[in-house]
Design a protein around this ligand. Structure first.
Ligand SMILES: C[S@@+](CC[C@H](N)C(=O)[O-])C[C@H]1O[C@@H](n2cnc3c(N)ncnc32)[C@H](O)[C@@H]1O
Length: 283
């Protein structure tokens, strides 16, 4: 069954899969609207470009992980990198107090627009910004290169920074730049909560023997980076774990560094689908 799923995932070109999904979910939206079943505090299904169809479940799961594993507090100032269409922000509106805040940015215009129009008016301390960064999978016409991007926030503004399923779509120099920027805008001792496909020894073996959920079979030049879709590396990217640890340390982000294993690699004990790297900025 797992093999069949994997064939489906990798057989069709990325653009065809995106179109088929759009048609399928547009029909579901229409049915839910007609039958009065649509929950308008969530985006319509056809606009969901962020992966799993279990949008609410994944958002709720991560809101709990932020609290229980990341020690997120209601009064914290949060940065949501690659906020998508508010999957993480929506559940956090019920937890973050008026003293706290959430800033999100993303390179997908529709996602940011939906958040600005549907979250900010009810929760003015939740703000979202579009940035026109190039990504072959998410924003093919983007004008800014992620490896040169400076986050639009002052130094040491945030207590807690998260990026869920974002560094699984970015190339090595881009991730390096983002970790540098994260370190700049995070308060001393502040917390990062970032998901990766982190390739350790077990993951490497399981990728080779085909029991991992991601194929990650192409190496990106001589980099510590592997990807699954030949023509669109940004569709699914993993990094060698020692490179992740080294790059966190280089950016002063390795205090209390912990990796919670993900299911993707075929691990028997896991916390979520992707690996979660949690650490504090050295003070
Ligand atoms: C799988 S989605 C996850 C979205 C959101 N974090 C969530 O968990 O629902 C990946 C997101 O990363 C965003 N993204 C890709 N490259 C980015 C970059 N350089 N800067 C910010 N966001 C980026 C995409 O636009 C997309 O919204």
């Amino acid at each position: 069954m797992q093999k069949l799923k994997k064939i489906g995932k990798y057989l069709l070109p990325v653009s065809v899969k995106k179109t088929l999904k759009y048609i399928y979910y547009s029909a579901q939206d229409l049915i839910e609207t007609i039958t009065g079943k649509r929950d308008t505090s969530y985006p319509p299904k056809r606009l969901n470009f962020v992966g799993s169809s279990e949008f609410k479940k994944v958002g709720d799961e991560f809101a709990e992980l932020f609290k229980n594993k990341g020690n997120l507090k209601p009064e914290y100032h949060i940065l949501d990198i690659g906020c998508g269409i508010g999957r993480m922000a929506i559940p956090l509106t019920k937890y973050i107090s008026e003293k706290g805040s959430l800033n999100g940015f993303d390179i997908d215009k529709r996602g940011v627009k939906w958040c600005q129009e549907n979250i900010t008016p009810k929760h003015p301390n939740f703000q979202f910004q579009y940035v026109d960064i190039f990504n072959k999978y998410y924003n093919k016409k983007g004008q800014i290169q992620a490896e040169n991007f400076t986050f639009p926030y002052q130094n040491e503004k945030f207590d807690f920074i998260f990026a869920t399923s974002v560094f699984t779509h970015m190339l090595p120099l881009q991730v390096e730049q983002y970790l540098k920027e994260i370190s700049r805008v995070l308060k001393p001792n502040g917390k990062v909560f970032l998901t990766f496909f982190s390739i350790d020894k077990t993951a490497e073996e399981n990728i080779k023997n085909g029991s991992a959920y991601c194929t990650l079979k192409y190496q990106y030049g001589s980099d510590p980076c592997f990807y699954s879709h030949k023509n669109v590396p940004e569709a699914e990217i993993g990094f060698r774990e020692e490179w992740i640890k080294k790059t966190f340390a280089k950016n002063n982000l390795d205090k209390n560094l912990t990796i919670l294993r993900g299911k993707w690699s075929g691990e028997s004990h896991w916390t979520s689908y992707q690996d979660i790297v949690i650490a504090n900025k050295n003070s």
